[in-house]
Unconditional design. Structure first.
Length: 371
């Protein structure tokens, strides 16, 4: 039996342990990690849709329209010199951040990619850029827009005609009256359609052509004096217009007089484009066997639909005094002659931004002389 003193000691120790409260320390929940502060967005350059002929327009006929022909005209481009086409491109500099900037420089280079060469356009052909003396502010949450106007040479749109083998010297029957009426109605409908203005629409309406590459370089300075550069490049496809083909099918002697004879020259004219063209202000010279025969001029020669060949008769008066005897004998005997047909056409297209342009032709070959 345990001594009483030991028993009391055990009782006291047990009571001491029983009276001690158990303390539990609760851990505080960990704070979520702080999200990184996004960097301040930098200004962004962007191009708007390129458009042709945005200047106030006044349509002018190439010549007095014949019944049923399309009314082809051109737009007054205003800011560009004659013989050029105006291409306008909106340039946007958008600043969506809280930082303000100062525009130090804005460089714009336009490179014309032609079939056989690349040509950098001179700066005087590019209008609408801020001058070096200007220090344009780019405020926070703002957009600056400049209308850049580029004067493109007409040759960038005009190409030599397609393969000449597509046009033969064989006589083709003219269209019937019903077909001609249908073609005229189609031309009138196309003339009534809204003018093609954007570069993308114009390029889609024609065969693939040349292109214009525009490169912009902008230097900006922030409030801390730090500078950075933004580059942006855009390529604009240009529509292509083919020159038509003109060829003599036959030369007919209609009436011979004492010193004059009247000739009927039948032409075959081919339009290699996908759209109609109007041929007007037609001047020509005809040479036979190396000698001048006759010349003349016409207005409103013909309107030809896309991919169409039309025949056209022109009448000339030839003076026998200017002819050698052997050539006169050939004409009288209705033999063939070696001809040269030289002249100039004025060509109009349905595109209002393309001014009427001259086309010089010079065809040589052999033609039968018939009655």
């Amino acid at each position: 039996m345990l001594p009483r003193r030991i028993i009391w000691l055990l009782v006291i120790v047990s009571l001491a342990f029983a009276g001690c409260a158990t303390t539990v320390n609760k851990a505080e929940p960990a704070a979520p990690p702080k999200a990184p502060v996004p960097p301040e967005p930098l200004p962004v350059l962007s191009f708007g849709a390129p458009e042709f002929g945005l200047a106030p327009s006044g349509t002018a006929n190439l010549s007095s329209a014949t019944p049923g022909s399309a009314d082809f005209g051109f737009m007054n481009l205003g800011s560009t010199e004659p013989g050029t086409v105006a291409l306008q491109i909106p340039l946007n500099l958008e600043n969506s951040g809280n930082e303000a900037y100062v525009l130090q420089t804005l460089g714009f280079e336009a490179t014309l990619h032609l079939e056989y060469e690349n040509r950098v356009l001179p700066q005087e052909k590019i209008l609408g850029l801020p001058t070096p003396e200007q220090r344009t502010s780019v405020e926070a949450h703002s957009t600056n827009t400049w209308q850049i106007t580029i004067g493109l040479p007409l040759e960038a749109f005009i190409s030599e005609t397609e393969d000449a083998s597509s046009l033969t010297t064989e006589s083709k029957n003219p269209k019937t009256a019903i077909e001609n009426q249908g073609a005229a109605e189609t031309a009138e409908e196309k003339a009534a359609e809204p003018a093609v203005s954007t570069a993308a629409e114009a390029a889609a309406e024609t065969a693939a052509g040349n292109s214009l590459e525009c490169t912009i370089s902008v230097v900006l300075r922030d409030s801390r004096g730090e500078e950075f550069t933004i580059h942006k490049t855009q390529t604009v496809k240009l529509p292509r217009i083919y020159k038509p083909q003109v060829r003599i099918i036959s030369i007919a002697v209609k009436r011979a007089e004492l010193i004059n004879t009247r000739l009927k020259v039948r032409l075959a004219i081919y339009n290699p484009n996908q759209f109609a063209v109007n041929l007007s202000r037609f001047s020509y010279e005809l040479y036979g066997n190396g000698r001048f025969w006759a010349d003349g001029s016409l207005d409103d020669l013909v309107t030809i639909q896309g991919k169409e060949i039309q025949e056209k008769d022109i009448y000339l008066v030839m003076n026998f005094i200017n002819m050698k005897r052997d050539l006169l004998d050939q004409v009288i005997a209705l033999k063939s002659v070696q001809y040269r047909f030289h002249g100039e056409l004025t060509i109009g297209t349905p595109f209002t931004y393309i001014p009427a342009f001259p086309y010089t032709f010079d065809r040589q070959g052999a033609s039968p002389v018939i009655e």
